[in-house]
Design a protein around this ligand. Structure first.
Ligand SMILES: Cc1cc2nc3c(=O)[nH]c(=O)nc-3n(C[C@H](O)[C@H](O)[C@H](O)COP(=O)(O)OP(=O)(O)OC[C@H]3O[C@@H](n4cnc5c(N)ncnc54)[C@H](O)[C@@H]3O)c2cc1C
Length: 409
């Protein structure tokens, strides 16, 4: 039985570990936190996942909260006018629903499930020097430790990383008590609100320990008015500050949320990071090599809500590649090829996400404007969140966008 070590118990590491257990691999996961620590810890994401990623979970029976989690059947866009009314306001239907399960709920339970299925879990924060000594005991070592310090093992790839500083400051709250959305009370949808020059407010229907919730999420342009959480205030103050900023910059969302309250004392998050793509193979002082996965090697800004989707896809690609390798060695060449297979898909997410961090160019505003009255455009844009490779065919290049617009007008 081949022995695989995975460092990091997030979407990527645990999904890969649970997948490999189903195929009888000898799997060990090293997790910095126990299930109890994860349950009692801070929220980590808004983790909205679209059909393809959810299906990878379903394929291995990992969709344990599917029945009770709101089914997100659409995605809406609102762009503020100078007088703070909505210059644009529409919703497009997703062909297949998305869902968001609080990572605290999911990862704590997946860790326990892995142990039930015969996987080994070692609760220990791993240092870079630990990794070096661990490699000789395993056929393959994967680093799935998110954006933590182990990324130091992997060099930045400057050709695939256009940014050298964070593009947004992030602030999230999980809340209860907002009424159903007046625009479409019978449909759960992710709402994407844009205040030009200031930033974005996403609202994601999700599921946490106490049941269904809503997750308002600021993507603040650094130094602007929404970038107001670097002091990491306690949960109640964090939420009241988000509400005040919502009233000023997204009044239509404030109406709905003014009486909502945070779901628990750890339901808020503030931070930010620089989007980056890294070299997939980490070289160790003793001559060994480790393979990076998901956020370790491709960390996009969450403006397009793709990181957990990418983590799920990365786990699925890597599991396939590991199985196809059979008994042959997991050498550097195999590691690079395995990553490039994933990158062939992930590069579309990076290109689109990096573009969405810039002010929308004229051809994008023309598409968004036309989508107000054109269901075909709305549907195509919204379903691109499940398959971002589509955006290069009609949305990103200005000439193709114009051609597309003419063809559907
Ligand atoms: C505010 C915000 C909103 C987001 N919204 C969305 C969204 O709506 N949709 C979406 O798809 N993505 C979203 N993302 C991105 C998504 O959360 C991440 O891309 C995804 O969780 C990455 O998964 P991962 O497994 O690579 O890493 P992580 O989820 O970061 O997991 C890594 C794990 O490794 C552990 N670890 C770290 N260092 C060590 C160590 N040294 N030793 C042992 N363990 C270690 C960590 O504790 C953690 O448990 C969002 C991110 C943020 C910050």
């Amino acid at each position: 039985m081949r022995k695989v070590l995975i460092v990091g118990a997030g979407q990527a590491g645990l999904q890969l570990a649970l997948t490999l257990r189903e195929h009888s691999y000898d799997v060990t996961v090293m997790s910095a936190r126990t299930p109890e620590e994860i349950r009692n810890g801070r929220v980590t994401s808004t983790q909205c996942m679209f059909h393809t990623a959810l299906q990878y979970e379903r394929d291995y029976g990992l969709n344990l909260w599917e029945a009770e989690t709101p089914k997100v059947e659409g995605l809406g866009l609102s762009i503020a006018a100078p007088d703070n009314s909505r210059a644009l306001d529409w919703m497009g239907p997703l062909d297949r629903y998305a869902q968001s399960v609080d990572q605290r709920v999911k990862m704590a339970a997946w860790l326990e499930l892995l142990e039930d299925k015969g996987g080994k879990v070692i609760y220990h924060g791993v240092t870079t020097s630990d990794v070096d000594s661990l490699t000789k005991h395993y056929d393959l070592v994967l680093i799935a430790a998110g954006k933590g310090e182990l990324v130091q093992l992997f060099d930045r790839d400057p050709e695939r990383s256009p940014y050298t500083s964070k593009q947004r400051a992030l602030a999230v709250s999980y809340v209860h008590g907002a009424p159903r959305r007046p625009e479409h009370p019978d449909t759960y949808a992710v709402r994407f609100n844009v205040q030009p020059g200031v930033g974005e407010l996403f609202v994601i229907p999700g599921y946490t320990f106490s049941g269904p919730c809503e997750i308002p999420f600021f993507e603040a342009i650094p130094g602007g008015p929404l970038d107001a959480f670097s002091d990491q205030p306690p949960a109640a103050e964090h939420w009241s500050r988000m509400l005040g900023l919502m009233r000023e910059h997204f009044p239509w969302e404030y109406e709905r949320f003014q009486h909502a309250e945070v779901t628990d004392g750890q339901a808020t998050l503030a931070g930010g990071y620089t989007p980056v793509v890294r070299q997939p193979v980490g070289n160790l002082p003793s001559g060994g090599a480790v393979l990076g996965m998901a956020d370790v090697v491709v960390a996009n800004d969450p403006i397009t809500g793709q990181g957990s989707n990418n983590a799920s896809k990365c786990a699925a690609f890597y599991a396939q590649s590991i199985r196809e390798r059979g008994d042959r060695p997991f050498d550097r060449e195999w590691m690079r090829e395995t990553f490039e297979r994933y990158w062939e898909d992930a590069r579309h997410v990076t290109d689109w996400t990096n573009a969405m961090l810039q002010p929308p160019p004229e051809h994008v505003m023309n598409l968004f404007g036309a989508a107000q009255t054109n269901e075909t455009i709305r549907r195509r844009f919204v379903n691109g969140f499940d398959d971002p490779s589509d955006f290069k065919k009609w949305f990103l290049p200005p000439d193709l966008a114009e051609e597309y617009l003419a063809s559907v007008s």
